[in-house]
Design a protein. Structure first.
Lengths: 306, 424
C-alpha cells in the first residue's frame, strides 16, 4: 500500500516550470526524504500534495484517495513558510489548530498537555506566542502538525533553525511515529539528517527528478568508489594523483572520488610520508557527494543544452 | 462548517479581548455623551461675573431704556450687566480717551458709544478689549435696535405693539405625505436616517480595515499555510469576515443599549436645563427604514469586507495595502459626496441610476428610502444587483485570496492578479 502516489505531475507558473513530470510512490510506514537545492520544486510538490496548489497535469493520491478536505484531517503538514498568531496564547492557539483538525474539548486539551510536557514547554502554555524563541515556536508548530495523529506526516524543512538537541528530539519522534506505522515525508538539503533516518529518497533539481529509490541501494549502485581520509598536514597534492577523479576537502577530512578501475591502495602508498593519516576508509560515497555530483551533472547538461 | 465556526470563534475572541476594542466600545458612547453634556455642564457650573459697561449716550434718550431692557440676572441674583452712564462735560475726545483707559485697566468690560443722531441712522459703537463674544454683542445690538425702532414708530404716531403684532412671522410646518397618510415631520426622521447612513459608511470602512489588517497579519506572520493545511482558503476568508461581523454586531448592540438608555433618561435631564426641549418630539425611525438599513448594512459589509480581504491577500504589509485600498475607499466616498445631490432630488433619474449601482446602493438607496420611499421595483433591483455583485466579488476575492495568501515578495501587477485567478 502506498501512502502517497504522485503520477506525472507538472506545474507551470507562466513560462516557468516549477515541477516537471514528477512521479513518486511512497510505501506506508516509511520515511521518505525529498532532496534538492533551493528552488528545485520541493515546496511546490508538497503544496500540490496538500491541495494548496493545483497541478496543471498529473494526479495525486494520498492514502489511496484523492486529496480533499476530509483527507486533510488524516494528514499532518508542517509548511516551510511557517509562523503562528503572535498575540495568541500557546494553549489557546494549539486548541484552535486542533479544532481545525476536528479534535475538540478535553481530548484536545489532554493531547496538548502531553505534547507540551514532552517538549518541555508546559510552563509556556499561558504565554503569548510572541514571547517564545524561534526554536520553541517551531516545536509548537510541530505539535500542531501531529496533534490529530495523522497517518501521513509531511514536513517541509523540519530541522531548519533547530539546535542539535532539538534536532535529535525531532528525529526521535519521527522514528517513533514510523514504528507506529505512520508515513513521514520530509524535505531538506542537509544530507547527514537524511542518511540517518530515511528509507527512501528522491532528489529533485530544476523541477525534475534526477534520482529516486532506496537509500541503501542507491549507495550500493555507486559502489565503493570513495576514499574517506582523516589527516593532518598539507594534502593538496592528492588532487593531482593518478586515479583521483574529484576531491572534497574539509581541511582535516577529505572525501575522494576514485576513477573507475583505479586502486585506492596506490593512493594510500603515495600519501604516506607526506601527510599524517589518522584514518583511511574505502566505502560508498556519502549522500552529500552524490547530491553535489548529481546536481552538478544535471546543471552542466542544462547549460550545454542551451 | 465546524472549521469555519472555529475560525469565527478565534477571530471574535481575539478581537473582543483587545484593549482597543474594550476602550473603543466604552469610550464611543462616553465621548458622544460628553459632546452633548459637557457644554451644558459648563454653562451650568461656570460662575458668571457681573460686567460693567459704560454708556456714552450723546442722544440722551437711550440709556434708561437700555438699562431697563437688558435686565437679565445672574444666578446669584445680581444683574448681568451694570450700565454706567457717562456724560460729556467739555471735551468729548478727552472723555473717550479716559473710557479707553478704563477698559484697558479692566474697570469696564466695554463701553457703548451712542451718537446724537442715532435715530436718524447714526452708527453706535461697542468698544472693548475683545469683541469675540457675539452673544453679548448681539444682545446689545438687538436691544438698541428695538429701542430706536420704537422711538421712530412713536415719532410717526404709530403704536409699536400693534406693529409688532402685524409683523409677526408666518409659521411653516413641514409634513410628509406617505401611503399611510400625512404626518408631521420636523426633519427629525430624516436626521436619524442620515445618521444611519453615516453609521453604515463608517462601520463598513472601520471593520473593512480590521479585515484587511487581519489578513495581512496572517500573511506576514506566516501562520496562514499552517491554517490552510486544515481548511480551504475560502473557509478561512469566510470565517474571518463573519467573525469580524460578529465583533461589529457586539459593538453596535452595546452602543444601541447605551443609546436606548440615553434617550429614555436624557429627556428628563435635558428638560431640566431647557424646559422648551420637553415638548420636542424624539423622532422615531419607521420600521421599514430600519429593516432596509439592516439589509443594506449586511450586504454592504460583505461586499466591501470581501474586497478588503482580497486586497489583504495581495500585499505584504499595510503600507502596500493603502495604495490598493484607495479605489475601494473611493467607492465609499463618492456616494457620500453625492448625498447632497440625492437629498435635493431623490427621484431624479440620475439619483435612481446612482442608487442602483451596487457599490453605491448601500448608501444612496438607503438615503433615498429614508427621504422618499422609491417604487419597490427600484429597491428590489438594487438589492438583487447588490447580492449578485457581492457573490461575484466573493468568488473573485476567494480566487485571488487562494493564490495571494501564499505569495510573498513583490506586490503583484494587475495582469498577474488576472493570472492568479486562473491558477486558482
Amino acid at each position: 500500500m502506498n501512502a502517497l502516489m504522485i503520477e506525472n505531475i507538472t506545474k507551470r507558473f507562466g513560462e516557468f516550470y516549477a515541477v516537471k513530470n514528477l512521479s513518486i510512490k511512497i510505501p506506508e510506514g516509511t520515511i521518505y526524504s525529498l532532496l534538492g537545492p533551493n528552488g528545485a520544486g520541493k515546496t511546490t510538490t508538497i503544496r500540490m500534495v496538500m491541495n494548496i496548489i493545483i497541478p496543471d497535469e498529473g494526479s495525486i493520491q494520498v492514502l489511496n484517495e484523492k486529496m480533499d478536505d476530509r483527507m486533510k484531517s488524516r494528514v499532518g503538514y508542517l509548511p516551510e513558510d511557517r509562523g503562528l498568531y503572535p498575540k495568541m496564547r500557546v494553549g489557546e492557539l494549539l486548541l484552535f489548530l486542533a479544532e481545525l483538525k476536528g479534535i475538540q474539548g478535553q481530548e484536545a486539551r489532554n493531547r496538548i498537555d502531553d505534547w507540551l510536557k514532552r517538549f518541555d514547554l508546559s510552563s509556556w502554555k499561558q504565554k503569548k506566542v510572541e514571547e517564545l524563541s524561534r526554536g520553541m515556536q517551531q516545536k509548537i508548530q510541530f505539535i500542531a502538525t501531529v496533534i490529530h495523529r495523522p497517518d501521513l506526516i509531511i514536513l517541509d524543512e523540519p530541522f531548519s533553525g533547530l539546535d542539535p538537541v532539538n534536532t535529535k528530539l525531532f528525529k526521535d519522534i519521527m522514528l517513533e511515529m514510523k514504528n507506529e506505522g505512520k508515513t513521514i515525508i520530509f524535505s531538506t538539503h542537509r544530507m547527514e539528517q537524511v542518511e540517518m533516518i530515511s528509507d527512501n529518497i528522491c532528489l529533485i533539481n530544476k523541477a525534475e527528478m534526477v534520482l529516486e529509490g532506496n537509500l541503501t541501494q542507491i549507495k550500493k549502485r555507486y559502489g565503493k568508489n570513495t576514499v574517506v581520509l582523516d589527516y593532518d598536514g598539507d594534502a593538496s597534492f592528492i588532487e593531482a594523483l593518478p586515479g583521483v577523479e574529484k576531491i572534497d576537502d574539509y581541511g582535516k577530512f577529505m572525501e575522494i572520488k576514485m576513477k573507475e578501475r583505479s586502486d585506492p591502495q596506490e593512493l594510500l602508498e603515495k600519501s604516506m610520508g607526506k601527510i599524517r593519516i589518522n584514518k583511511f576508509e574505502v566505502r560508498e560515497p556519502s549522500l552529500n557527494a552524490i547530491f553535489i555530483d548529481k546536481v552538478g551533472e544535471t546543471n552542466a547538461q542544462n547549460t550545454r543544452g542551451h | 462548517m465546524r472549521k469555519i465556526l472555529a475560525v469565527i470563534k478565534r477571530e471574535y475572541i481575539q478581537i473582543v479581548r483587545t484593549k482597543g476594542f474594550i476602550i473603543g466600545t466604552i469610550l464611543g458612547p462616553v465621548l458622544m455623551a460628553a459632546f452633548i453634556v459637557v457644554p451644558i455642564l459648563v454653562q451650568f457650573v461656570s460662575v458668571d461675573k457681573q460686567e460693567k459697561i459704560g454708556v456714552l449716550d450723546l442722544s440722551r434718550e437711550v440709556f434708561m431704556e437700555l438699562d431697563n431692557k437688558l435686565d437679565q440676572e445672574l444666578k446669584d441674583g445680581n444683574r448681568r450687566y451694570s450700565f454706567l452712564e457717562f456724560r460729556i462735560e467739555e471735551n468729548s475726545d478727552q472723555l473717550l480717551e479716559e473710557l479707553n483707559k478704563k477698559v484697558l485697566a479692566k474697570e469696564l468690560t466695554a463701553y457703548i458709544y451712542i451718537p446724537e443722531n442715532i435715530s436718524e441712522g447714526g452708527v453706535a459703537e461697542y468698544v472693548s478689549e475683545h469683541v469675540s463674544d457675539f452673544d453679548k454683542q448681539g444682545n446689545i445690538g438687538q436691544a438698541l435696535s428695538s429701542i430706536i425702532i420704537e422711538k421712530r414708530l412713536k415719532g410717526e404716531g404709530l403704536d409699536p405693539e400693534k406693529i409688532g403684532q402685524h409683523m409677526r412671522p408666518v409659521r411653516l410646518d413641514t409634513k410628509k405625505v406617505t401611503t399611510r397618510g400625512v404626518e408631521r415631520d420636523a426633519g427629525g426622521t430624516f436626521m436619524i436616517s442620515f445618521v444611519l447612513v453615516l453609521i453604515l459608511y463608517m462601520a463598513v470602512i472601520f471593520y473593512g480595515q480590521i479585515i484587511l489588517r487581519g489578513v495581512i497579519e496572517e500573511k506576514s506572520s506566516r501562520v496562514v499555510e499552517i491554517v490552510l493545511s486544515s481548511l480551504r482558503p475560502f473557509q478561512l476568508m469566510a470565517g474571518k469576515i463573519l467573525g469580524i461581523a460578529a465583533v461589529g454586531f457586539t459593538q453596535y448592540a452595546i452602543w444601541s443599549l447605551f443609546g436606548i438608555a440615553a434617550t429614555k433618561y436624557s429627556k428628563n435631564v435635558v428638560s431640566r436645563f431647557f424646559p422648551a426641549a420637553a415638548d420636542f418630539p424624539i423622532p422615531t425611525i419607521p420600521a421599514y427604514i430600519f429593516v432596509y438599513f439592516i439589509i443594506f448594512f449586511i450586504l454592504g459589509y460583505f461586499l466591501y469586507g470581501t474586497l478588503y480581504a482580497g486586497i489583504g491577500s495581495m500585499v505584504n504589509n499595510e503600507k502596500e495595502a493603502q495604495q490598493l485600498v484607495m479605489p475601494v475607499t473611493m467607492f465609499l466616498i463618492v456616494p457620500i459626496m453625492l448625498m447632497t445631490f440625492v437629498i435635493r432630488s431623490p427621484d431624479s433619474s440620475v439619483s435612481v441610476i446612482l442608487s442602483i449601482i451596487p457599490f453605491f446602493a448601500p448608501i444612496l438607496m438607503l438615503l433615498r428610502i429614508s427621504i422618499l420611499l422609491p417604487p419597490f421595483p427600484e429597491i428590489a433591483a438594487s438589492i438583487v444587483l447588490l447580492i449578485l455583485t457581492t457573490i461575484l466579488m466573493i468568488w473573485i476575492s476567494a480566487k485571488i485570496y487562494r493564490v495571494g495568501i501564499l505569495m510573498y515578495g513583490k506586490r503583484p501587477s494587475f495582469s498577474e492578479i488576472i493570472k492568479w485567478m486562473r491558477y486558482g
